[in-house]
Write a protein that binds this ligand. Structure first.
Ligand SMILES: [Cu+2]
Length: 110
C-alpha cells in the first residue's frame, strides 16, 4: 500500500510538472516579435505556426515600414510604433522595408 501511495504521488508530480512546462511553452508566443533596429529586422528569419500573429516594433529613430508584396504593407512606423499581421497559410514569406529595400526578413509559417 505504501508503494502504491508513492507511485500516485510520483505520477501526480509528473503531471503537475508537465502542466507547468506547457504553461511556459504557451508563454513562448510572446516571442513572435520582430524588432527593427540598426536598419535590420531581428530576428531576420522567424518560424511560427499557422494562425500566429507577428508583431514588428520599430526601435530605430529612423522610420521604417514592413512590406510583403501582395500580402501586407504597414504604415510608416516611427520609433516605438508597431505593426501586426496574422499568418493563416503555411509558406515562406519574404518581406522588406519599403523605405530601405535592402532591409529584408523572412517569416516561415508551418
Ligand atoms: Cu527602413
Amino acid at each position: 500500500m505504501i508503494k502504491r501511495g508513492l507511485f500516485v504521488v510520483l505520477i501526480s508530480l509528473l503531471i503537475i510538472s508537465g502542466c507547468s512546462k506547457q504553461n511556459i511553452n504557451t508563454g513562448v508566443s510572446i516571442g513572435n516579435n520582430v524588432v527593427i533596429n540598426g536598419f535590420s529586422f531581428n530576428p531576420n528569419e522567424l518560424s511560427v505556426k499557422i494562425g500566429d500573429t507577428i508583431t514588428w516594433e520599430n526601435q530605430d529613430s529612423a522610420v521604417h515600414t514592413v512590406v510583403s508584396n501582395g500580402l501586407f504593407e504597414s504604415e510608416v512606423l516611427n520609433k516605438g510604433e508597431k505593426f501586426s499581421f496574422t499568418f493563416d497559410k503555411a509558406g515562406e514569406y519574404n518581406y522588406n522595408c519599403g523605405i530601405h529595400p535592402s532591409m529584408r526578413g523572412k517569416i516561415i509559417v508551418g
